[in-house]
Design a binder for this molecule. Structure first.
Ligand code: VG1
Ligand code: CO
Length: 692
């Protein structure tokens, strides 16, 4: 890249608060390489005034020229005292590149005052409590807010609830008050999100409260975007996401907190946070301006630093250590293999092109809905047969591609499809586990153990048994896997809810699952010559069933029921459990046992009780009932139904047909209709386990 004609660059400058912003004329917002002037790598540089926050911007396009940072030289004079409203009084006249020899002067003229996010306005009744190295910290008075209890995965409510004055701030402050200060003071926190509505405002609040509580540095994904697995890979922090729940002003917002080694905060912490939300009286907020999250770079405020980073690069680097990328690339570049990935306008939109297209050679048109949008394009970013219908129609359509996959809002879920074929998540984790050692370099020396959430089907159990591996059954929610991984007891795990992952990080990982499947298909076809018939997704699954038997599985969801009826149903079922005994007849099934699942963590001994009511029958069939912990309104009842079929001649049935008697039993035992008034499961979920 040349810098042959720097004088031709005309930059606009503007004075906002205590900073100068400099942009090339056509690069407002985040400048992409296409908006760059050919003569320059200059995207944006933010200058620093003496005694004010320092900002040095990385200039991505300048990397190839060996130039990493830019700064203003000489520093401009301090602004007038009423700086926030005054026009730029001392236009910046030259810019030099560091590491560039000799320093390269750029000329530009001052014009166009730019609008920038306004600085935080501390509440008028707040008081300054601390000032260190130029960082003023205000104490903002607040009052407890009811109902801020963390669910299965973070705190989720309607956007309308979160935007209430201190709703989010209270929870964030309660969180800092719950942690030992040595865990975060002067420490590093990551801030990611799925790009949904309200993330931008939320990010600024979180940054200020983190600074107010003494955090040393925040790493933020550009535009506040970073997937749940990428945040986990970076060792944890905040994720602004309500995951698969829809987004937009009328829908959901959420926040998750991942703690040491990047795993979702355990209940011991989330319980403390909840306790603190009930007694909170002040929020510590740093009095700093909003940080521009649209450009990569570092901003210092006294001893607090915000660095805006590329959300993909470190995560991709990690994945490259897990998988055989050349093997996968070989598959994706075959003319007889067609691949399609649906990012559902959610966070994996930011990952799909760099990973699947740029790195692995998939064709650019193999990415569907690849631009993250605040409302997910009016969609429901939940990768299942109902909400990823566009993708499903393509795979089930005429001449469909060979492989299809989708991921959810925050990139931790996955759905795997073959041509005209759906892989149930419970089967998916079992098949990945059975093939991992051969097809995935990360597992080449063998697996440590396997685990699934309690309602997930027993397909994985059979793999653990055959491979003679440690096996664990944990409650619903990824937070229960982390301890086992940290203790070296667990390599691969999954949930029936489209979550699959391994101990490469401490979260489920949608892109990892897609790459795991591509690895299996690539490995099994590695010796196939062009023109030879390839082993397909459905071949792999059917072969697995033939070896291990098939666990028919289905989940029925009844969304947003009246809480009262749903709770009464659970009380009724608990009572039934307490009265039932082995040998009781339930239709044609004989009860082995019934209980309300309790889990004792084998690593730290912590106990999680009331994790789902199960009726387990003598032939291994199961019916499980639980209330969702991720909804934002009312109560969602989930019923899970499973039956094992060892006979290969009976493996090709529709799950709804195979499970019909057990489903009827599940509905009658629970008296679901009487308690909730629901005749049918919420329409969206009625079919997603039925397509095989
Ligand atoms: C659901 C799933 C659970 C998953 C959780 C978070 O929880 O059932 O398996 O771990 O969502 O996934 P619940 O309590 O609604 O059943 V995510 O992608 O929303 O972070
Ligand atoms: Co998710």
């Amino acid at each position: 890249m040349g810098f042959s004609n720097p004088q031709s660059i005309t930059c606009s400058t503007s004075h906002i608060g205590d900073e100068y912003l400099i942009f090339p004329p056509d690069a407002f917002g985040y400048p992409t390489p296409t908006t760059l002037l050919p003569c320059s790598g200059l995207l944006a540089a933010r200058a620093q005034l003496p005694n004010h926050p320092t900002t040095i911007r990385r200039i991505p396009m300048a990397f190839s020229a060996g130039i990493q940072t830019a700064f203003l030289s000489p520093p401009p004079p301090p602004p007038p005292t009423n700086a926030a409203t005054s026009a730029l009084s001392h236009p910046i006249s030259s810019l030099s590149f560091l590491n560039c020899s000799p320093p390269f002067p750029l000329q530009f003229s001052s014009k166009l005052p730019l609008k920038c996010p306004s600085s935080i306005r501390a509440s008028s009744n707040s008081t300054t409590v601390a000032e260190s190295l130029g960082l003023k910290i205000n104490s903002v008075p607040t009052k407890p807010i009811e109902g801020q209890k963390t669910g299965t995965s973070g705190l989720r409510k309607k956007v309308k609830v979160f935007i209430d004055e201190n709703y989010l701030a209270n929870w964030i402050q309660a969180l800092f008050s719950s942690l030992p200060p040595e865990d975060f003071v002067d420490g590093l926190l990551v801030l990611g999100g799925d790009g949904r509505y309200f993330n931008k405002e939320a990010a600024q609040k979180i940054i200020k409260i983190a600074a107010g509580n003494g955090v040393g540095k925040i790493l933020v994904g550009r535009e506040g975007i970073m997937s749940t697995p990428a945040v986990s890979a970076a060792n944890g922090g905040f994720i602004m996401s309500a995951s698969h729940n829809p987004g937009g002003p009328d829908y959901d917002w959420g926040i998750k907190f991942n703690y040491s080694s990047g795993q979702p905060a355990p209940e011991s912490i989330t319980d403390k946070i909840y306790g603190n939300t009930l007694s909170i009286s002040e929020i510590k907020m740093a009095d700093i301006p909003d940080v521009d999250l649209s450009c990569l770079g570092v901003t210092n405020f006294g001893n607090f630093t915000v660095e805006v980073v590329d959300p993909v690069s470190d995560y991709l680097e990690l994945l490259e250590t897990v998988f055989d990328f050349p093997l996968i690339k070989g598959l994706l570049s075959r003319s007889d293999f067609r691949f399609i990935f649906d990012a559902m306008h959610a966070v994996t939109g930011a990952y799909a092109k760099p990973i699947f297209v740029d790195k692995l050679g998939a064709s650019p048109d193999s990415i569907l809905n690849g631009v993250p949008l605040e409302d997910f394009g009016h969609g429901h970013p939940d990768p299942n047969l109902t909400y990823a219908k566009e993708l499903v129609d393509i795979l089930y359509g005429k001449n469909g591609p060979d492989f299809g996959a989708a991921s959810d809002g925050d990139g931790d879920r996955n759905m795997i499809l073959g041509r005209g074929f759906f892989v149930t998540p419970s089967d998916s984790v079992a098949i990945i586990a059975a093939n991992a050692q051969e097809a995935i370099p990360y597992f080449r020396s063998g697996l440590k153990g396997l685990a699934r959430s309690m309602p997930t089907s027993g397909a994985l159990d059979r793999v653990a048994q055959k491979l003679n591996l440690l096996f664990f059954e944990v409650p619903t929610g990824w937070k229960f896997f982390g301890n086992l991984m940290d203790a070296g007891k667990l390599s691969i795990c999954g949930e029936e809810s489209f979550g699959t992952g391994s101990d490469h990080i401490r979260e489920k990982d949608g892109i990892w699952a897609v790459l795991a499947w591509l690895s299996i298909i690539a490995y099994q076809n590695k010796d196939k010559k062009p023109g030879e018939k390839l082993i397909s997704v459905s071949d792999v699954v059917k072969e697995h069933w033939a070896t291990y038997g098939r666990n028919y599985f289905s989940r029925y969801d009844y969304d947003e029921c009246e809480s009262e009826g749903a709770n009464k149903m659970i009380v009724f079922l608990r009572d039934l459990v307490s009265k039932s005994k082995a040998g009781d007849s339930y239709g044609s099934y004989t009860l082995q046992f019934a209980d309300d699942f309790t889990y004792t963590d084998p690593v730290d001994g912590s106990v999680a009780s009331k994790q789902g009511i199960r009726f387990v029958f003598t032939d291994g069939s199961r019916i499980i009932y639980r209330l969702s912990g991720t909804g934002s309104a009312g109560a969602t009842v989930r019923i899970y139904i499973e039956q094992f079929e060892p006979d290969a001649s009976k493996h090709n049935m529709d799950a709804q047909i195979a499970l019909k008697p057990l489903i009827a039993l599940a509905l009658s035992v629970s008296k679901l209709k009487d308690f909730t008034g629901r005749e049918k499961p919420t329409k969206q979920h009625s079919s997603w386990s039925g397509h095989q």
